[in-house]
Design a protein around this ligand. Sequence first.
Ligand code: Z5A
Length: 214
Amino acid sequence: MQARFITVEGIEGVGKSTHMAFIQQWLEARGVKVETSREPGGTPLAEQIRDLLLSPRTENMPEMAELLMMFAARSVHLENRIRPALEQGRWLLCDRFTDATFAYQGAGRGMDTDRIAELEEAVQGDLRPHLTLLLDAPVEVGLGRARARGEADRFELEAVEFFRRVRQGYLARAKADPGRVRIVDASGSLEQVQADLVEVLEKAWAQWQTGQGA
Ligand code: Z5A
């Protein structure tokens, strides 16, 4: 079967990191080799850009600089890791990708989404995830879980309203592309979320086996 690029998205604390290993195991139990990665980051150079992006700092980070650095990190990750993995038949499961840019920089910060789409095209060409699992939960649930963990990064210092816009941005992406972006209710227990994930994965797997779907 052709290697697939699967992304996991959602606001902070919805359980992306928690469920990555579960999704990887589910796929590997079906005989495919799956690498995991994350954005921003995923290679040594892209991880350095991640540090610049996430560390709280006193000097202002202009929104445009933030957007360009997200795509700079993505370009490195894509050319040095994602494309080579897919070309060599290895599946890639990634914690966040370009939907996060539309949600955070677009809906959250209010940046022009046409410009984001232009950068997406310039950096990725026609490469898009085959499947995106959008873990969705009310902002209070996600932030409550994330903040219980301790120190906040530069994004986690944003106000609740920012994350409400980000969540709506994600839901709009799912509405616009329901074939690729599948919403999973992340507000329940770990077992409930995993049961929903399995339902989505089983449907996608059945399509891939018959050569349907992306
Ligand atoms: N960003 C951007 O702005 N633009 C972009 O293009 C990209 C990214 C790619 C990356 O931070 C930041 O970069 C991110 C967006 C921005 N902003 N922030 N903040 P990150 O990689 O560190 O992402 P994160 O969203 O902050 O990760 P997170 O806070 O670790 O969230 P998570 O991975 O979804 O959650 P988790 O660590 O799996 O779970 C959080 C806690 O909840 C943990 O203790 C779990 O045990 C618990 N948990 C999880 N699920 C459950 C359930 N179902 N029940 C009970 N407890 C649960």
